[in-house]
Design a protein around this ligand. Structure first.
Ligand SMILES: Nc1ncnc2c1ncn2[C@@H]1O[C@H](COP(=O)(O)OP(=O)(O)OP(=O)(O)O)[C@@H](O)[C@H]1O
Length: 259
């Protein structure tokens, strides 16, 4: 999209070794660059290495080789303490939401701000209120996760991920536990997050229609590396998979009808 690079992965490798089994090369020699404000999708079969790649971006997994640079900072060169601070620039959401069940919605969103310290109470309260407003849950601060629908839980997770004002939001199968209508609403919220806050989004999904609806580019993962990278709307029709994505993409279909 012609914007500056925000995420740069170079020569990333990650293998998992389990006792008595041959090592699994989950990610093999992946290099890619994602632009500021871009929504980048990662597709592929189960076991292709999608989640591992996503978790390498914030170093939840440490690479065996290669470098990860986010917003001008080489994360792979940082100390643990520096990395903890740098991670405030990278939010993450998950398929199962991962909320604290015994904490209110407000406290869930405040949690990352409190553990990093240094922020006054009223600044935290303002930030939490802003984030809940952004995801349309301003009136749910006192509720507990068990009282919310799946879509509302994922919105709380998005608010929590955005609380520290990150430049990047990583999404690991964010709609796989949700029905079609709720999925559509969550995708709209993610699109708004990019438009309103300029956040760069990387999303892993096995649902091609989800990626087609949201992403600017999609990497197709196979056996731990990028088999193909498609820019939606441009070179997307050049492959069978691209044509499949195109057929699933609501806005592109509209554009084509009006062309
Ligand atoms: N912590 C781990 N220990 C051992 N092996 C692992 C670990 N995490 C992932 N793997 C293996 O690495 C490979 C890639 O896994 P990964 O979860 O990244 O794939 P995926 O494309 O996200 O799959 P899915 O869509 O099923 O979640 C798989 O063979 C998986 O079994």
């Amino acid at each position: 999209m012609g914007s500056a690079s925000l995420i740069h992965l170079a020569g990333l490798r990650k293998a998992f070794t389990q006792a008595g089994a041959a090592p699994v090369d989950a990610v093999r020699d992946v290099s890619l660059t994602i632009g500021a404000g871009e929504i980048y999708g990662i597709a592929g079969r189960s076991g292709a290495g999608k989640s591992t790649l996503l978790r390498l971006i914030n170093l939840l997994e440490r690479p065996d080789a290669g470098t990860v640079t986010v917003d001008g900072q080489e994360l792979t060169a940082l100390s643990r303490r520096e990395l903890r601070a740098a991670r405030q620039n990278i939010g993450m959401i998950f398929q199962q939401f991962n909320l604290l069940q015994n904490a209110t919605v407000f406290d869930n969103v405040a949690f990352p701000l409190r553990i990093h310290g240094g922020r006054p109470r009223d600044a935290i309260a303002r930030r939490v209120t802003d984030c809940l407003e952004l995801v349309g849950l301003a009136d749910k601060g006192h509720s507990y996760p068990a009282q919310l629908s799946g879509g509302q839980k994922q919105r709380v997770a998005i608010a929590r991920a955005l609380a520290s004002g990150p430049a990047v939001l990583l999404c690991d199968e964010p709609t796989s536990a949700l029905d079609a209508e709720t999925t559509r609403q969550i995708l709209q919220t993610l699109a708004d997050v990019r438009t309103r806050l300029g956040v760069t989004i990387v999303i892993v999904s096995h649902e091609l229609d989800v990626l087609a609806a949201l992403c600017d580019r999609v990497a197709i993962f196979e056996g731990g590396s990028v088999a193909e990278e498609l820019r939606l709307g441009q070179d997307i029709a050049t492959t069978a998979l691209g044509r499949e994505l195109l057929a699933l993409r609501p806005s592109t279909n509209k554009e084509r009808r009006h062309a």
